[in-house]
Write a protein that binds this ligand. Structure first.
Ligand code: FAD
Length: 164
């Protein structure tokens, strides 16, 4: 059964972009094989991830993700059956949330910063969809479309490419 899972977590250590790239490489490799799609947002402290796919496959993956020492304080925001994917073209899209203008966070939450634990599931989904569309980040010129294998087209915001 097609299912969507959203969770938030906190990084267990400061991550260099290379460590995030390693997570994305593994995710894209594994997810593509298992027809999982989704999006990951990270701002140097918080992760927010949505995953879509078969419920059994998602359950097994979430067990691995929850046991991964690279993050902690994992909070499930939702696990729901869905009729259609929202992130069908990404095996795992990525947005560097610290490059996103605060107005996007105010659209979905009460504060102009990335704090995924404060979001309802619907707001988290809305934010991830906006990030996948490139709202408020495309204007920085920082979105690089990288063609993945097969149907997967990951979106990477190059963390090092923009001056704060
Ligand atoms: P490998 O990548 O070969 O790793 C083998 C083992 O080493 C795993 O147990 C892994 O947890 C551990 N490991 C690898 N690198 C490190 C490291 N730098 N520090 C500590 N332990 C490490 N996986 C997916 O398949 N799909 C996803 O969408 C996905 N999203 C993720 C999101 C986040 C925020 C994090 C932190 C991890 C995510 N992962 C994802 C990775 C997941 O937790 C597992 O590591 C991965 O699924 C295992 O894949 P593998 O069997 O190919 O093992």
């Amino acid at each position: 059964m097609l299912t969507r899972l959203i969770y938030a977590s906190e990084t267990s250590a400061p991550h260099a972009p290379a460590a995030i790239q390693e997570i994305l490489d593994t995710a894209r490799r594994n997810n593509q094989r298992q027809h999982l799609t989704g999006m990951l947002a990270f701002d140097s402290r918080w992760f927010l991830q949505v995953l879509e796919g078969d419920r059994h496959v998602l359950s097994r993956l979430f067990g691995r993700i929850a046991a991964d020492p690279r993050h902690r304080a994992i909070e499930l925001l939702e696990v729901v059956p869905i009729d259609e994917r929202c992130f069908g073209q990404w095996s795992m899209g990525f947005a560097a949330a610290d490059l996103v203008h605060g107005s996007l966070f105010l659209r979905f939450g009460s504060k102009p910063r990335f704090d995924p634990r404060q979001l309802s599931a619907a707001a988290a989904l809305g934010l991830l969809r906006a990030l996948a569309r490139g709202d408020e980040i495309a204007r920085l010129g920082a979105v690089t479309g990288l063609r993945g294998m097969g149907h997967a087209v990951p979106v990477i915001v190059e963390v090092a490419a923009v001056d704060h």
